[in-house]
Ligand binder design. Structure first.
Ligand code: PLP
Length: 416
């Protein structure tokens, strides 16, 4: 029981070391990923993982919860302070769980939900056919406009009024533009439906006041903690006082058993970081880096969907320069040069989701390593040269050298 990980399980120890090296020696451009601080990781790896605490602070089924009660209350209070909400539930194990708990709180099986089309950048928990959300609820969807590739709020209003969903969902996994939560709120009000804003991707930008907040417009706000917010893997639900009780009951005992108090402690640490002055500077740099990457790629002739980005991510349309190259092939070439991103469908993509015509690129993780404008210019140059050479081996080798030097100069913040 007292052995180190190395002694107890050399195989897993070695794989964790390998993963640390992989992260440290490659560039993470996956828009939904980030690097946590050593303090967040310390809380995550603490003895709090041993504690059962079904219930909520001050109302637990188990005894010995004096410390975790305080931990969870601190996490709740900080979340309320950051986002300016009446109620926060920090127990959801993930973003998808947070969304499911909202459905459980306010819908009955067969009710209609309406979210952004998965193929246009929505998330699978917003009504994908084989997801829980698509199986238990009737699903309608809205999408971006062909041509502009942005959400047209007048058109969405008409669609929502025609569909009359019980729950309207605003939020996306691959939408590079600002989401107008105020307009969504007005539409929901007019249509007499509830509004859930899923800010999983942009939570850090919202927390820093650099993207519009859905507070005051949405009945429910769900998020992950591990994307731009730069915390541990997990979810959270925020809501008006009116829904507080129903949301808490939906999370526990409705959907989950014991909360992950070690993860909740790490969420609390992340929230403290988000309340610090540095956090806004970091989020502004995320946006600046995304803008630099977008303009560097555009100036080399690459088309980005909607023409650019307002946030931390962009979708590159490979057809603009390499019509024969799929997102899958392109992401593999970049991977060979230690640039890690994901293939992504672009709106109205003629290719199937396993191939795609696009790449999704995001800047939260490289910004957490301290990279700025000059580094992003070099990254854009490497991406461009690899793609236009069609994955030429010597071009990849040159880019890999440059990326390796960059990674060595900007190590990831955690030691293991
Ligand atoms: N909602 C949105 C908009 C997302 O992008 C994601 C994840 O990518 C989720 C929910 C789900 O989060 P998780 O993977 O933690 O379940």
């Amino acid at each position: 029981m007292t052995q180190t990980l190395l002694q107890a399980d050399p195989d897993i120890h070695a794989l964790i070391q390998e993963e640390h090296a992989r992260q440290n020696n490659s560039l993470g451009l996956i828009a939904s990923e980030n690097h946590v601080s050593p303090a967040v990781l310390e809380a995550l790896g603490s003895c709090l993982t041993d504690k059962y605490a079904e219930g909520y602070p001050g109302r637990r089924w188990y005894f010995g919860c004096e410390q975790v009660d305080q931990v969870e209350q601190i996490a709740i209070d900080r979340a309320k302070q950051i986002f300016g909400v009446a109620h926060a539930n920090v127990q959801p194990h993930s973003g998808a769980n947070a969304n499911t708990a909202v459905f459980l709180a306010c819908l009955k099986p067969g009710d209609k939900i309406m979210g952004m089309d998965l193929a246009h950048g929505g998330h699978l928990s917003h009504g994908m056919r084989i997801n829980f959300s698509g199986k238990y609820f009737e699903v309608a969807s809205y999408g971006v406009e062909e041509g502009s590739e942005v959400l047209d709020m007048d058109k969405i209003r008409e669609q929502v009024l025609a569909e009359r969903p019980k729950l309207l969902i605003a939020g996306a996994s691959a939408y590079p533009r600002t989401i107008d939560f105020e307009a969504f709120g007005a539409i929901a009000k007019e249509a007499g439906c509830l509004l859930m804003a899923d800010i999983a991707h942009i939570a850090g930008l919202v927390a820093a006041g650099l993207a519009p907040s859905p507070v005051g417009h949405a009945d429910f706000i769900t998020t992950t903690i591990h994307k731009t917010l730069r915390g541990p893997r997990g979810g959270m639900i925020m809501c008006t006082e009116e829904w507080a009780k129903k949301i808490d009951v939906a999370v526990f005992p409705g959907l989950q058993g014991g909360p992950l108090e070690h993860a909740i402690a790490a969420k609390a640490v992340c929230f403290k970081e988000a309340l610090s002055g540095d956090f806004k500077t970091y989020q502004q740099q995320v946006i600046d880096n995304a803008n630099t990457l977008a303009s560097e790629l555009t100036s080399r002739g690459w088309r980005l969907t909607s023409g650019g980005t307002d946030n931390h991510l962009m979708l590159l349309d490979l057809r603009s320069r390499m019509p024969e190259t799929t997102g899958d092939t392109a992401a593999n070439w970049l991977r060979d040069a230690e640039i890690v991103c994901n293939k992504n469908s672009i709106p109205f993509d003629p290719r199937p989701p396993m191939q795609t015509s696009g790449l999704r690129l995001g800047t939260p993780a490289i910004t957490s390593r301290g990279m700025g404008t000059e580094e992003v210019k070099l990254i854009a140059e490497s991406i461009d040269s690899i793609l236009t050479s069609e994955g030429n081996e010597s071009v990849i080798a040159t880019a890999k050298g440059a990326i390796g030097a960059l990674c060595a100069q900007f190590p990831i913040p955690t030691k293991q």
